[in-house]
Ligand binder design. Structure first.
Ligand SMILES: [Fe+2]
Length: 489
C-alpha cells in the first residue's frame, strides 16, 4: 500500500506552489530526509515554484523595499504541504505531504525574522527521527492546510483524521491541541472565529465515518458544544459557512473510495455523479438541519456568509461539476458565486458575482459571519485569458490579486510582475480603522527573478498602487495553501 493510501489523506481544494534557493541560514531537517526537489521527477508539483523546500530556514532582519507600517506588529503565517521522504515521486499529489509553516514577524517597522518549520505531527516527527510530541495518534500524519491564532495559541490545521497541532510563536511544534482536555477529535482546516463572541467553530469530516462533526470552542478555550450530523456517506467537506445565527453545510458528491487508487488515482476521493447535491443549514443555537437541493458543483472555499432578514447569503468559490479532486480540475475554472437561501420558501438563488477564474477568497476577520462589502481573492492563471479552457493544477496561480466591492459590483486588480505567483491575500486593519477596507493586504508572492518569495504589503484603499512594502525572504515558500495574520495584541 502506498504512503498516500495508508495515510488516507484528506484533500483540500486549494492551490499552491513555490521555488527555493536557500541562501539563508538553514537549520534542522536532516539531509537524509530532505524534501525531494529538482527537475526530472516526472511530477510538476515537485519542480519549479511548486517544489518542496529541503531545509528549515531562520533569517533575521530581512531587507525591505518600501516601508513596513509600524502598526503592523505580529506574524503573517502560512501553511502548506512540503513533503519529506517520498517513496514514488510520480505518485505524489500536490496536497498530500508533511506540513510546513512559514512566517514573517513584523515589529516597529521592521521585518524581524523569517522562519520555516515542518509541523511535527506524528508521521513527520518520525521521519525526522525526533520524539513524537504529546500522546500520538496513528492519524496524526500531517498538518498541512492552514494555520490560525486562537486565544494566544498558534494552531496548524489539517482536516479529515488529523488533530490540530499547537506551535510556539516561533513555529516549533508543541504537540496535539486538545483544548484543555475537552476535545480529542479532529477539526476543519477552515475553522470560523466569531469576531464578537470569540467562539471558534469547526465542521470536520472523517473518511471512516458517514457523518460530519460540528464543534464549538468557547472564548475560554474549551469545547462547549458538539454535534454529529449524518451525511449518508463518507464525503469530503473542505469548508463550511457561518453566520451570526446559522451554520451552513455543503453536501457535495465527493466520496472516499480507496479502490480509486487501484485505478491510478493519487488520492482516494471520487466524484459520484449519482449522488445529489444539497446545501444544509441549522441554527447555531440548536435545531434540525434544513436541506435544499442545489445543482451539482464543488464549493472549495467560502468567502463569507451572513444573515439578511429571512435569507442566508453565502459567497464562495465554485468549481463547475464534475470536479476531480485527484486532478484538481473541473470543466471550467473556479469563479466567485453567491447563494441567497430563502429560509421560508426553501429556495436557493444563485448569482454569479465574478466569472473570472479565482481562488483563495478572504474577507477581513472582523467580518466573518457579518455582512461584508469587500472580499479579496487570488486570480488564477486563466484570469488574464478570455475564460480559459478548464482549470488545471498548473493554472492555479497567477500574478494577480483581486479586490471585490460587492456593494458596487466593481473589482480592482493588482498585477505583480510577469511570472510572479501571488498566494492567498490576508487583510489587516489599520489602527482605529473606520472603513471596512481601511488597512493592508498581505500576500506571499513568489519572485521568479530571485527564485525566492517576497511578503508584499498593499494598501487596501490603494489596491492597484505601488506596494507599501516588499519584504525579501531569503528563500522560496512553495506555492501553498492558507494562513493568518496573528497580531501580538
Ligand atoms: Fe482550503
Amino acid at each position: 500500500m502506498s504512503q498516500q493510501m495508508s495515510r488516507r489523506h484528506a484533500l483540500a481544494a486549494g492551490l499552491a506552489a513555490g521555488t527555493a534557493a536557500l541562501g539563508a541560514t538553514a537549520i534542522g531537517a536532516a539531509p537524509a530526509m530532505a524534501a525531494p526537489r529538482g527537475r526530472g521527477s516526472g511530477n510538476p508539483f515537485l519542480e519549479g515554484a511548486f517544489a518542496p523546500v529541503p531545509f528549515e530556514v531562520t533569517e533575521f532582519d530581512l531587507p525591505v523595499t518600501g516601508t513596513v507600517p509600524k502598526e503592523l506588529t505580529g506574524r503573517l503565517l502560512r501553511n502548506g504541504p512540503n513533503v519529506l521522504g517520498l517513496e514514488d515521486p510520480r505518485a505524489h499529489h500536490w496536497l498530500v505531504g508533511d506540513g510546513m509553516v512559514h512566517g514573517v514577524r513584523l515589529r516597529d517597522g521592521k521585518a524581524e525574522w523569517y522562519r520555516s518549520r515542518w509541523v511535527r505531527a506524528k508521521g513527520t516527527a518520525e521521519k525526522l527521527g525526533e520524539p513524537v510530541r504529546g500522546v500520538p495518534a496513528e492519524t496524526d500524519y500531517a498538518s498541512n492546510i492552514n494555520v490560525i491564532g486562537f486565544r494566544g495559541k498558534t494552531l496548524a490545521l489539517q482536516e479529515g483524521t488529523a488533530r490540530p497541532q499547537e506551535l510556539t510563536d516561533e513555529l516549533y511544534t508543541v504537540g496535539p491541541c486538545d483544548f484543555d482536555g475537552t476535545w480529542a477529535g479532529t477539526m476543519s482546516a477552515h475553522t470560523k472565529l466569531d469576531p464578537d463572541s470569540g467562539e471558534l467553530h469547526s465542521v470536520s469530516y472523517d473518511e471512516s465515518t458517514d457523518h460530519v462533526q460540528y464543534v464549538v470552542i468557547s472564548a475560554a478555550g474549551k469545547v462547549t458544544s458538539t454535534r454529529k450530523i449524518p451525511m449518508g456517506g463518507t464525503l469530503l467537506m473542505h469548508d463550511f459557512a457561518l453566520t451570526e445565527k446559522y451554520v451552513v453545510l455543503y453536501d457535495q458528491p465527493i466520496l472516499f473510495d480507496l479502490d480509486a487508487m487501484k485505478h491510478g488515482q493519487k488520492i482516494p476521493w471520487v466524484w459520484d455523479t449519482k449522488r445529489p447535491s444539497r446545501v444544509g443549514y441549522f441554527p447555531r443555537a440548536g435545531g434540525p438541519v434544513t436541506w435544499i437541493s442545489v445543482p451539482p458543483s464543488y464549493i472549495s472555499h467560502t468567502l463569507n456568509s451572513y444573515d439578511d432578514g429571512g435569507a442566508i447569503v453565502v459567497d464562495f468559490v465554485e468549481f463547475p461539476a464534475p470536479f476531480s479532486a485527484d486532478r484538481l480540475s473541473s470543466s471550467a475554472p473556479p469563479s466567485l458565486v453567491r447563494w441567497t437561501i430563502d429560509r421560508a420558501r426553501g429556495t436557493v438563488r444563485r448569482t454569479q458575482l465574478d466569472d473570472r477564474p479565482q481562488e483563495f477568497p478572504r474577507v477581513p476577520d472582523a467580518r466573518v459571519g457579518r455582512k461584508h462589502r469587500y472580499g479579496y481573492t487570488a486570480a488564477t492563471a486563466d484570469f488574464l485569458k478570455a475564460y480559459g479552457h478548464g482549470s488545471t493544477p498548473d493554472s492555479a496561480f497567477s500574478n494577480g490579486l483581486v479586490k471585490h466591492d460587492l456593494a458596487t459590483g466593481r473589482s480592482q486588480f493588482h498585477r505583480f510582475p510577469e511570472h510572479a505567483s501571488a498566494s492567498e491575500a490576508v487583510f489587516v486593519p489599520r489602527s482605529g480603522a473606520r472603513a471596512e477596507d481601511d488597512g493592508y493586504v498581505l500576500s506571499y508572492v513568489h519572485n521568479p527573478d530571485r527564485n525566492a518569495s517576497d511578503l508584499v504589503i498593499l494598501s487596501a484603499q490603494d489596491f492597484t498602487g505601488k506596494p507599501v512594502a516588499r519584504i525579501h525572504l531569503p528563500s522560496r515558500i512553495p506555492l501553498g495553501l492558507h494562513g493568518s495574520w496573528i497580531a501580538d495584541a
